[in-house]
Design a protein around this ligand. Structure first.
Ligand code: CDP
Length: 224
């Protein structure tokens, strides 16, 4: 019998380092990786492209219901404009409902014959995968996150003014934490990591030790 599928949930606010950590864990432990923020970004982008207001719940829900996986491959999903639209459409209950099954299916049957899945987002530990084997919640102050995001944007050749990035992050934090449906919240059993004083390697080290234990237990469960 092969090892049991393992699921790791990585949640946290914008630019808290979820993507960097999740990608590294996925590579190290042969897991499939799903950046769930990208799905909301794809819906937000499609809403903007259609000339619709991201606050229009009916239009955003229709677009989310028609979403195909290849929409995650398109350009322009990483911009600040798309991030802001993503956080608006993400507050619409119909949009979240339309995207639920895809995320759960990815976790339960990871593509590519992988040993499990890492999903990062805002509600993975609370709503999408409440039974995940490991739940991590990354935090960092808005100032640290804004400087990380500004240098990320500059590395991609986008103009980034620190003050504007900080203001946009704070607005997004407020919307993501204040919405009634699946707000940004650590699950009760999540391990919280404050990354203000931890670099990417230090965060990976901690998460990797936790994952190694889970992978080992899943392996043993598979053998017995
Ligand atoms: O990369 P960054 O952390 O800036 O954002 P993201 O993870 O790409 O997510 C973009 C937006 O999608 C967030 O501000 C949330 O409003 C929304 N989102 C969500 O509601 N639930 C998730 N599981 C993932 C993202």
């Amino acid at each position: 019998m092969s090892a049991r599928n393992i699921i790791i949930a990585v949640d946290g606010p914008a630019a808290s380092g979820k993507g960097t950590l999740s990608r590294r864990l996925a590579t190290q432990y042969n897991l499939a990786y799903l950046d769930t923020g990208l799905i909301y970004r794809a819906v937000g982008r499609a809403v903007l492209d259609a000339g619709t207001n991201p606050g229009d719940a009916v239009a955003a829900t229709k677009i989310a219901e028609a979403m195909q996986p290849d929409a995650l491959e398109r350009d322009g999903l990483r911009t600040e404009e798309t991030g802001a639209a993503a956080s608006e459409v993400a507050a619409v209950p119909g949009v979240r409902a339309a995207l639920l099954d895809f995320q759960r299916r990815f976790a339960a049957t990871p593509p590519g014959g992988k040993a499990g899945a890492v999903l990062d987002g805002r509600d993975i530990g609370t709503v999408i995968c409440p039974d995940a084997d490991l739940k991590l919640f990354l935090m960092a102050s808005p100032e640290v996150r804004a400087s990380r995001r500004a240098s990320e944007l500059r590395d991609r050749g986008e103009a980034a003014i620190y003050d504007a990035v900080l203001a946009s992050l704070k607005a997004r934090d407020e919307r993501d934490s204040g919405r009634s449906e699946a707000p940004l919240l650590p699950a009760d059993d999540a391990i919280r990591l404050d990354t203000d004083a931890l670099d990417a390697d230090a965060v990976f080290q901690i998460a990797s030790e936790l994952t190694a234990k889970i992978a080992e237990a899943a392996d043993e469960a598979g053998r017995s």
